[in-house]
Design a binder for this molecule. Sequence first.
Ligand SMILES: Nc1nc2c(ncn2[C@@H]2O[C@H](COP(=O)(O)OP(=O)(O)OP(=O)(O)O)[C@@H](O)[C@H]2O)c(=O)[nH]1
Length: 370
Amino acid sequence: MQTVDNQPGTSKVMDAPKHGLPVTIITGFLGSGKTTLLNHILTNEQGLKTAVLVNEFGEIGIDNELIVSTEDNMVALNNGCVCCTINEDLVQAVYKVLERPEKIDYLVVETTGLADPLPVALTFLGTELREMTRLDSIITMVDCANFSLDLFNSQAAYSQIAYGDVIVLNKTDLVDEADVDALEVRIRDIVKEVHKHKGARILRTQKAKVPLPLILSVGLFESDKYFNPSEAKHEHHHDRDHHDCSHDHDHNHEHHHHHSNHLENDGFTSLSFESDKPLAIRKFQYFLDNQLPENVFRAKGILWFEESPKRHIFHLSGERFTLEDDDWKGQPKNQLVLIGQNLDYEKLREQIENCLCTPSTSRGKGFGKN
Ligand SMILES: Nc1nc2c(ncn2[C@@H]2O[C@H](COP(=O)(O)OP(=O)(O)OP(=O)(O)O)[C@@H](O)[C@H]2O)c(=O)[nH]1
């Protein structure tokens, strides 16, 4: 776990002392644009000093590599669900931020794409943290090109929509406006099912570019109205024995019928692959085009191809993949995480290993067109 500060140096001092530290939770399904929003916040926050807690699904923390200026403002909570396994880690991580001698104006928590945001919110409301922090809002990112509750068959995906104070319909560049309209109607219905009298603020974005005043320090989270922390049974024990996802959470909140019993992360698991050998571009492309099974919903990686001196950032969400390049800062290597349901680990691992260069692989072949 690492701790860090964005934009060191002078920071605009907010009125609130540290014990009222405003907190925003960014949630949203796998690949919806949470990290993209986080980077947008960190590059545009203008003088605010923001601490960031990032929880990632998968053994390798690819996000550490993808978040801007992570030298000193980030606590990475790797491998585990922020709402179950590492709940106590979350409390400890927030304390670490609060105890730092320098001023912190804001705390942003990015959950994994499979986390139910409600227990995360309750962590801020139902523990000692209640005195120290002020939960400002839950922001839910939605991938307009891939959103379907049926497709995900995921309790977490439902909860993310149901409890979002601000819902950002992202990736509008990939779909027709009429589809976004239909999605918005569906989402408003889900929000209404849970919050009878309260709508969510729904925004549309590309690359999560949203004016920050619309999402930060908005005070949209209405804890007293929708949650009763004193009733929350989500207790936080200071021993390590409770880091066990196999227990059934009973948060005993008003909307009990949607409580977050998302055992095994709705059947999603991850495969992490690392190698200090380069990949052969053609083989990897063959893997993507012909072998990658449909049950891999999300993948991300930092890739090294023998044919390229660049560092390639690979993302797959649904059926779409992208490869961007920048420069290596250290020794090149491959890091790849695949996330999906019912993964055949052995087969996948073998297929990826087969993409690595063998000494006889010829050089100089570029990425072909699909
Ligand atoms: N076309 C398009 N791509 C986008 C947009 N926003 C984000 N992306 C891309 O979608 C991919 C996933 O974005 P991330 O921000 O990493 O998503 P995430 O929610 O943090 O992903 P996980 O943490 O793995 O669940 C990346 O390749 C982004 O560049 C958008 O508005 N349009």
